[in-house]
Ligand binder design. Structure first.
Ligand code: NAG
Ligand code: NAG
Ligand code: NAG
Ligand code: NAG
Ligand code: NAG
Length: 918
């Protein structure tokens, strides 16, 4: 959501905070690297030789799969570090480096990981006093060099990643503050080590410097991706002439695009892809982070002689130079906890990361349908009128949202009863079409003795504390507020119970949640958030855990919604702030974007970056949150977002109303068509979300995830794919009547989903577009299930018949899947109440078989139409066999487009059947 803007409130804020402008992001509210002392210190650390050495005499095999070493800083020999290496299942490696005996314990993040990580055996193939070489996994190995410390990683014998090869490993150990200079203000404060001030905010830094920097380098790669959240390119840009990419959860008002500034969430996970291999590096650290990215050529002449054989198999070693992406990672505190994912394929990488941090669980079906939101639908009549508008204009809708104004004075868990006198009745009424309501609930609690939540939390000592042990007070929507200390398990549990029906009055099972402002946003805090020296549960400073706060907030909400139904109903929560692992309990959106074409366009790289780092369920506010989109921009946004995972219209309180029918009949029709397209593909989307839960593959993908060898698409960010079947080239420019579409893959065939026109792979084609156009193409070789009947909501279409679109490849073959269940409970897990079908077209036969023989979901859904694209000729006969029944459905052949349509073939989606064409 938001930031200010009621004029009176704004003037008040302006007065107390001295905020100069609301027109655009006020960059001066946020630190640059130069203004963040640890970033400044780490960024300039560039010794010619690394002073860090491993004492290989100290090697300890803790167990097979787990080694431990001593790591020494030869310039400060009294400080010792321990380096641990774990070989993990699925070609993954974990390296931890911590001080051996720190004078203060260092923070280790646990919330991101799912359970115990499984070790696999390693084979030490070489070991002397200089290095050890270890094989693990499937043709993956590492080489640990002792003097200086350096780690090289290989996949299929190809050198892919290295750590500290540029000597930037630099670990600021905890130390005692120099005594004699304690009272001097600046004398003992070597480059901001012991305190720093930003604007008028003082950071007391009672524990002094604690940052860690390291270089991680990607050999033979020319593109790296990930490390959301930034409003920037998909293939990350060089930071040579800019600040590093920053990871620090903050509420950036009217964010700018194409820059490395931090936004609402952080995932310290980067991927690299080339035509041979995809690899990933994840540094599990919840402190403020900065990452430099540089693209270089590495000369092999000056390179480790022992390694040159690893390049022998590679083609691009001409001139003894190979491309390299050097990255420099800097975090303010914590430990080095690095995970290396060795691939080698994009699919392997998605699996490797989500085995460790968890995958997006299958959402309720309605959550992937269309959502209507605004700050604010002001009262019950307004909500009912909007719903009537959807009826009247025959536009499908599943969810209507209520922003902060629905509460009694921004007191979450309450209602403004003058506007919402009977919220339960409202929820019951919209349940007729199985629609849902979502209300917002933020982590700041209004300071008000008359507010029960505040009183109870205050009395029990549940608020976040300052460094002096007082309740921290700041300002947010309700004015003076306090923040709940979710790190304390008792408070986490207490908060989750606020969502139980008996505590959250006026709610029913049809109401779900939205957690906003949870970076957290503190209007008068440093960088609009908590001071770093705030002390959380366990004595940890905000400095150490900052980026986890939002995740704990929505995890607690999730627990509450789960418990509300005794674990029976799948929760839905949308969060603005997030961290690695948030994907397990919440969907996210890209926050306060703006109604501009540039913001429409940046949505694609932003969502792709999120998708490949675990966040397969994400979206951007349709139309842009701030400002008023012109009808053309709004229509184009609806068209694009119809093919993105989370599909919600949302707008700022100061914008004009923008329900889909307010822009004239033509635009209403165009928006209706876009939303109808979304609904028609829901069976496909839902199947993809199921696969994501099981395999970690996000539904929205960069083109290279499906065509890893096609070098032309490694930087693509004007297009994306949905699963392996749909290629989407949304129209993202204002006044164009042609777009250039590149069809990836060799020997592929693509079909326009509207006209069935065929296009060949590896070709670029100029496509004419008008306002009706949403250029989307189905890949030959893929079968996609659709529901073409028009309905009011996804849930009432649950048992509607299915149309199969069979797009044939050059060998006249295709395959696809269909997943179905009740759409909202966990019965698919507990009772196997699901259907998972495989469709295969081969040798003129289309077969339906079960991919899960234990599956048992009851549905009347049947196959009402089969559309075969690229069928070469008009067949004489079509026969369908299902059990012992045989039928000869009618068919129709369209010569011009080579399309064969089989009408009412009739089998149940749950049965095995074969369709034969002759
Ligand atoms: C390791 O052991 C070897 C042989 O015992 C010795 O020469 C060397 O100095 C030792 N290295 C360290 C760092 O202790
Ligand atoms: C380790 O060595 C054993 C015996 O040579 C071999 O069977 C096994 O495949 C090796 N494992 C790995 C991970 O290289
Ligand atoms: C006190 O600060 C001064 C100026 O930075 C420095 O030269 C001196 O070494 C410091 N003294 C101690 C005991 O650290
Ligand atoms: C949720 O319910 C489970 C089972 O009833 C209970 O053990 C757990 O404490 C509850 N959790 C919370 C956060 O209320
Ligand atoms: C696509 O490729 C096929 C086979 O090479 C060729 O026959 C056909 O004409 C091509 N179609 C187009 C539109 O270029």
């Amino acid at each position: 959501m938001k930031r200010f803007i009621h004029l009176t409130y704004f003037i008040f804020i302006l007065f107390i905070l001295n905020i100069p402008s609301i027109e655009n992001v006020d960059r001066s509210n946020f630190k640059t690297c130069e203004q963040s002392s640890f970033c400044r210190r780490q960024r300039k650390y560039k010794p010619d030789i690394s002073p860090y050495e491993i004492d290989l005499n100290s090697t300890k095999i803790i167990k097979n799969g787990h080694l431990r070493f001593l790591l020494l800083n030869t310039l400060k020999s009294h400080i010792k570090f321990k380096l641990e290496i774990f070989t993990l299942e699925h070609n993954s490696l974990r390296i931890k480096i911590n001080e051996l005996n720190p004078i203060r314990k260092r923070y280790e993040v646990k919330y991101s990981l799912v359970g115990e990580l499984k070790l696999v055996n390693m084979n030490i193939t070489k070991s002397d006093e200089k290095q050890i070489e270890v094989n693990f996994g499937e043709r993956t190995k590492f080489l640990l060099n002792a003097k200086p410390f350096r780690l090289d990683l290989f996949t299929n014998d190809i050198f892919v990643m290295s750590v500290n090869s540029n000597n930037m490993f630099n670990f600021e150990y905890y130390r005692k503050k120099p005594e004699s200079n304690k009272t001097a203000t600046n004398n003992n404060n070597e480059d901001g080590m012991w305190e720093e001030t930003f604007k008028n905010h003082h950071d007391s830094k009672p524990y002094g410097p604690s940052s860690i920097g390291v270089d991680v380098n990607f050999l033979n790669f020319e593109n790296v991706y990930g490390i959301p959240e930034h409003a920037d390119a998909f293939s990350l840009r060089s930071t040579h002439d800019s600040d590093p990419y920053r990871l620090f959860n903050v509420d950036v008002f009217e964010y700018d695009i194409l820059n490395p500034m931090a936004l609402y969430g952080s995932v310290p996970y980067m991927l690299a892809h080339n035509e041979h291999t995809t690899v990933g590096f994840f540094w599990l650290n919840s402190a403020e982070g900065w990452i430099d990215v540089n693209y270089n050529k590495l000369s092999l002449k000056n390179f480790f002689s022992t390694n040159t054989n690893f390049f022998a198999t590679q083609s691009n070693t001409k001139n003894n130079e190979i491309p390299e992406v050097t990255t420099h990672w800097m975090f303010e505190s914590g430990i080095f906890d690095g995970f290396f994912f060795m691939g080698p394929t994009p699919r392997d990488i998605f699996k490797q990361y989500t085995v460790i941090t968890g995958s997006v669980p299958l959402p309720p079906l309605w959550a992937i349908a269309y959502h209507q939101c605004r700050w604010n639908y002001i009262d019950e009549d307004d909500v009912r009128n909007v719903l009537n508008g959807f009826e009247h204009h025959r536009i499908p809708l599943d969810v209507i949202w209520l922003d902060i104004e629905h509460t009694n004075g921004k007191r979450y868990f309450t209602w403004d009863i003058s506007k919402f006198p009977n919220p339960e009745k409202l929820q019951d009424d919209i349940a007729i079409y199985r629609r849902k309501i979502i209300t917002v609930s933020d982590p700041h609690i209004k300071k008000d003795d008359g507010y029960q939540i505040y009183n109870e939390a205050k009395t029990r000592g549940y608020f976040v504390k300052t460094k002096d042990g007082q309740d921290y007070e700041g300002s947010c929507w309700p004015g003076s507020s306090m923040w709940l200390e979710f790190f304390n398990p008792d408070i986490f549990k207490w908060y989750s119970q606020r969502y139980l029906f008996e505590n959250y009055k006026g709610t029913t099972g049809n109401l779900f949640l939205w957690n906003d402002m949870n970076e957290p946003s503190v209007f008068n805090g440093p960088e609009i958030t908590f001071p770093k020296d705030i002390v959380h549960y366990g004595g940890w400073e905000d400095r150490e855990v900052h980026n986890l706060y939002g995740m704990l907030h929505h995890m607690s909400t999730f627990q509450g919604l789960l418990n509300r139904s005794n674990g029976h109903i799948r929760p839905f929560i949308l969060t603005r702030s997030f961290f690695a692992g948030s994907q397990r309990t919440a969907a996210i959106w890209t926050g306060d974007n703006s109604a501009q074409w540039s913001h429409l366009k940046i949505t694609i790289p932003m969502l792709l970056s999120l998708s490949i780092t675990g966040f397969g369920f994400s979206g951007a506010d349709v139309g842009g949150f701030f400002n008023n989109p012109d009808p053309k921009l709004l229509v184009r946004w609806y068209q694009m977002a119809a093919y993105q995972p989370f599909y919600r219209e949302h707008a700022h309180i100061d914008t004009a109303r923008r329900e889909p029918w307010l822009f004239g009949d033509d635009n209403t029709r165009l928006i209706r068509q876009a939303i109808e397209q979304r609904y028609s593909y829901l069976p496909y989307w839902y199947t993809l979300f199921y696969k994501q839960e099981r395999q970690g593959i996000p539904p929205m993908l960069p083109l290279w995830a499906n065509f890893p060898k096609d070098k032309k698409i490694f930087k693509s960010e004007d297009s994306f794919m949905i699963g392996n079947g749909l290629l989407v080239y949304p129209v993202i420019e204002a006044d164009i009547n042609q777009i250039s579409v590149y069809f990836p893959g060799e020997n592929t065939v693509w079909y326009d989903i509207q006209t069935y026109t065929q296009y060949n792979g590896s070709e670029t084609v100029l496509i004419n577009v008008d306002m009706e156009s949403i250029p989307v193409y189905q890949l030959g070789g893929v079968i996609i299930p659709r529901r073409l009947r028009k309905r009011r909501s996804s849930m009432i279409a649950l048992h509607d018949p299915i149309t199969l679109v069979v797009a044939l490849d050059r060998n006249y073959e295709a395959k696809g899947e269909l997943y179905m269940d009740d759409g909202y409970t966990y019965d698919y897990r507990r009772k196997r109440e699901l259907i998972y079908r495989r469709f295969t077209f081969k040798n003129n036969e289309l077969r339906s078989t079960s991919l899960d023989t234990t599956a048992k979901f009851h549905t009347d859904a049947w196959i009402e139409r089969i559309i075969i694209l690229g069928y070469p000729e008009n067949p004489s006969r079509v026969i369908i066999n299902s059990g012992d029944k045989q039928a000869t459905p009618l068919h129709n052949y369209q010569e011009a487009s080579h399309t064969l349509i089989i009408r009412r073939p009739g089998p149940s989606v749950t049965s095995d059947w074969t369709l034969s064409i002759s």
